[in-house]
Design a protein around this ligand. Structure first.
Ligand code: ABT
Ligand code: MG
Length: 148
């Protein structure tokens, strides 16, 4: 089954949005298979955002993402990578539709509440960057037979 890496960013944790965000993915029908509250080192931040190295917003991005705890998660389900991105809304909250997480809770692109992997490759890369295999739990969920 497909897996993705999602993360409530420091602004989302500080604003008390962790429960709300977890709840949206649970209610959609996805399965949480790993999660932890953690602080990101500047090394991990630079690796996670390697694709943006050299861009004008890179330094402020690293400063922001290391500024406080984040809530890192791995979610599983059919087409979870693309569907989670849809549920998050556009990168710039000003373009994100109401009903999406960024559309409902974000105002600026620099503090856009949540991160989600954007492809199969980045999901695999980011999951292994943030989680050990022992931290991911494979289990059967009773509700699954009502979803699939
Ligand atoms: P992430 O989930 O954080 O990766 O965001 P997303 O994939 O939707 O968008 P990308 B393009 O990967 O942006 C990464 C972070 O960089 C911030 N950013 C981006 C800016 O601050 N200014 C910009 O002009 C652009 C393009 C937004 C993202 N994160 N934060 N926080
Ligand atoms: Mg991205």
């Amino acid at each position: 089954m497909e897996k993705t890496f999602l993360m409530v960013k420091p602004d989302g944790v500080q604003r008390g949005l962790v429960g709300e965000i977890v709840s949206r993915f649970e209610k959609k029908g996805f399965k949480l298979i790993g999660s932890k509250l953690m602080t990101i080192s500047s090394e991990l931040a630079s690796e996670h955002y390697a694709e943006h190295e050299g861009k004008p917003f890179f330094n402020s991005l690293v400063t922001f993402i290391t500024s406080g705890p984040v809530f890192a998660m791995v979610w599983e389900g059919e087409n979870v990578i693309a569907t989670a991105r849809q549920m998050m809304g556009k990168t710039n909250p000003q373009d994100a539709l109401p009903g999406t997480i960024r559309g409902d809770y974000g105002l600026t692109v620099g503090k856009n509440v949540i991160h989600g992997s954007d492809s199969t490759e980045s999901a695999e890369r980011e999951i292994s960057l943030f989680f050990n295999t022992e931290e991911l739990i494979e289990y059967k969920k009773d509700g699954d037979s009502w979803i699939y």
